[in-house]
Write a protein that binds this ligand. Sequence first.
Ligand code: GLN
Length: 230
Amino acid sequence: FAKSPTIEDGVLLVGTDSSFAPFEFLAEDGKNFTGFDMDLIRAIGKELGYKVVVQNMGFDATVPALRTGIVDAVIAGMTINEKRKKFVDFSDPYYTSGLIIMVPSSDTTTKSIKDLEGKKIGAQVGTTGMFRAEKVPGAKVVTFANAAETFLEFQNGGVDAVIQDFPVVAYYVAQGGNKGRLVGPKMEAEEYGIAVTKGNKELVAQINKALASLKKSGEFQRIYKKWFGE
Ligand code: GLN
């Protein structure tokens, strides 16, 4: 095998799970990764003088990939939480998120998470949505490898509801996933951060510096507006 490129070579290896629109997904050409996170990490790379090389993997593989040094950083709509902080370090938060329930539009009775008790809930493995679903009394939680598979099963009527990150569900519905109805309110104020291998203080500092400078120049706001509007 050829030796993987390293930071010393000016290459930042970034792990992501590319089925998480609008944060990371495959562009229509079927080759390039696009989305808010992708634009952001490329802008950060540019600030720091790194060539960004994105490696696609399952979301549940991203933390192990950092721990074994397969990638330098992970940007994957990853929620900063205490559990993950035991294994990885995080940049400053870059996006405020939260969870939402989605039920089929034909379900006109579900009004809150209480109504999901004893129901079949679909969630993506290893995510905060899955952990939230597991707390619903009597619920059967069915997990899927990624958001796209979760939505597919939802469309096929295989689950009564989905619990997933609000912006991802909202994007899915806006893109014509019109079999879904959102049940508010948003749960669990969450913030996304860029994760790096635990102890890599230098890279965290570099990323935070780049984030701050992108905010100062207005480039961050431009990218935000491109994907989320106002
Ligand atoms: N924000 C959620 C989490 O961190 C989901 C992330 C994802 O599926 N890419 O668990």
